[in-house]
Design a protein around this ligand. Structure first.
Ligand SMILES: Cc1ncc(COP(=O)(O)O)c(C=O)c1O
Length: 425
């Protein structure tokens, strides 16, 4: 197996957490599915039930009643948004540090995304959330970006107080906790992604969890063909739910990979968290460096180290100098960038949002008369001044699970040497 290794030119080795640990266990599980000639979850020659096993794993781990696997985090978001009955006339509040799928799930459902500031936790600012809730607010999408949570308890309280549904997007924080309680167990619903660069991976994949019977049944129907299924795995059109599904099932092949991966989740996040704590301490000792505010450092799942500098110019100089000093990944990697360069994770980099492009030629949802309330909403840079300032001054370093203690020390040294060159030390 070819693995990128650490070198002086490439201090950020193999960055993608889950896939780094793909081994015999994944190969054995997939082989079982193929030998059984049963890659479909509902019926087949000799179904191995890996989808059922992974769903049960998450129900147990999160203390949730319902769990349904889907074929991507994007599919999971769509399923959760449809199950929440979001449509024309509704807005969904979400932080401006996000991923395009958070926006598209709402827009495709006919609703309006409304942006909320982030604070120095790099997740939703609860004060701005409370200011922005209106009678139009159908749901709040709390996105646990970059591996850890912010003030999740306070946000859950605000949602309860205003009687709005809380959906957690835990795509980037699988395995993270808040004072021992897993992220994904705070909201009415939560979603996960198992795409390639997530903490554990099936290549592609997603999950929707909830407790309420209605939300669970609707999530099931939307991920399927719009109806319930009977015990034999056949569609049952006679039940209460008769709607339009997306058929975003996970195959047994993906679930087999995922079953092996979830056994490794705590080991993987443990490794990344240890190195991340080392980086935060070492780089954070440089005068002017402000590490991400972690409300519960022990709950960080660890894949990203976020450091804010006094000015945008200093942030850029630090990136340029440390990359020249070797703090960069191998081919196709991401690590050590200004956060403004983090693509569609930054609201104003989403062209279709800024330009309010419709999902069809009629221009919906923006042109929908039921959404007239949102006609003055702006999504261009400047819409969230607090976030814009934070992002301009911040640098994101990926924390590969392959990073060793010595490797992390070398990264810290390069950061200190660079800080000396620009007079911070
Ligand atoms: C915060 C967040 N939500 C949702 C998704 C969507 O997941 P997927 O890529 O599996 O569709 C991602 C993926 O990168 C993400 O980062």
């Amino acid at each position: 197996m070819v693995m990128e290794t650490i070198s002086e030119e490439n201090l950020l080795p193999y960055e993608w957490p889950g896939s780094y640990f793909i081994g015999e266990e994944e190969i054995d599980a997939v082989t079982k599915v193929l030998l059984a000639r049963s890659p479909y979850r509902f019926y087949g020659h000799d179904v191995q039930h890996y989808t059922d096993k992974v769903e049960e794993f998450y129900r147990q781990r999160l203390g949730r009643k319902n769990a349904v696997l889907v074929n991507s985090g994007t599919g999971a978001l769509s399923t959760a948004i449809l199950a929440a009955d979001v449509g024309p006339g509704d807005e969904v509040l979400m932080p401006g540090y996000l991923w395009v799928a958070c926006l598209s799930a709402v827009v495709r459902a006919g609703g309006i995304p409304k942006l909320v500031e982030i604070d120095d936790t790099f997740t939703m600012d609860p004060d701005d959330l409370e200011r922005k809730i209106t009678p139009r607010t159908k749901a709040v999408l709390l996105i646990h970006m970059s591996g850890a949570c912010g003030n999740v308890e306070r946000i859950a309280e605000i949602c309860k107080k205003h009687n709005v549904l809380l959906i957690e997007d835990t795509a980037q924080a699988n395995g993270a906790r808040f004072h021992g309680k897993p992220l994904g167990s705070f909201g009415d619903t939560a979603i996960y992604s198992f795409q390639y660069n997530k903490n554990v991976t099936a290549g592609e994949g997603g999950l929707v969890v909830s407790d309420s019977e209605l939300l669970g049944a609707k999530a099931w129907a939307y991920h399927d063909v719009g109806y319930a299924r009977n015990a034999a795995g056949r569609v049952d059109t006679s039940g209460d739910i008769q709607t339009w599904g997306q058929c975003t099932h996970m195959s047994e092949v993906s679930a087999a990979v995922l079953w092996a991966q979830v056994q490794k989740l705590d080991m993987i996040t443990g490794k990344m968290r240890a190195r991340n704590q080392q980086l935060y301490k070492g780089i954070g000792a440089i005068p002017g460096a402000s590490p991400r505010r972690l409300i519960d450092p022990e709950g960080d799942s660890g894949p990203f180290c976020l450091i804010t500098w006094p000015t945008a110019e200093i942030a850029q100089q630090m990136v340029d100098l440390t990359r020249a000093g070797g703090v960069k990944p191998g081919p196709n990697g991401i690590g050590n960038i200004r956060m403004t360069e983090w693509g569609m994770h930054i609201y104003y980099n989403n062209v279709a949002l800024v330009e309010k492009k419709g999902v069809n030629s009629a221009g919906r949802p923006w042109s929908d008369p039921l959404n007239d309330f949102a006609k003055d909403y702006s999504y261009a840079k400047g819409a969230l001044p607090q976030m814009d300032d934070l992002i301009e001054r911040s640098v994101m370093i990926t924390v590969p699970p392959a990073l060793t203690e010595e490797g992390a020390n070398r990264i810290i040294e390069v950061y200190h040497e660079s800080a000396k060159q620009i007079g911070l030390i």
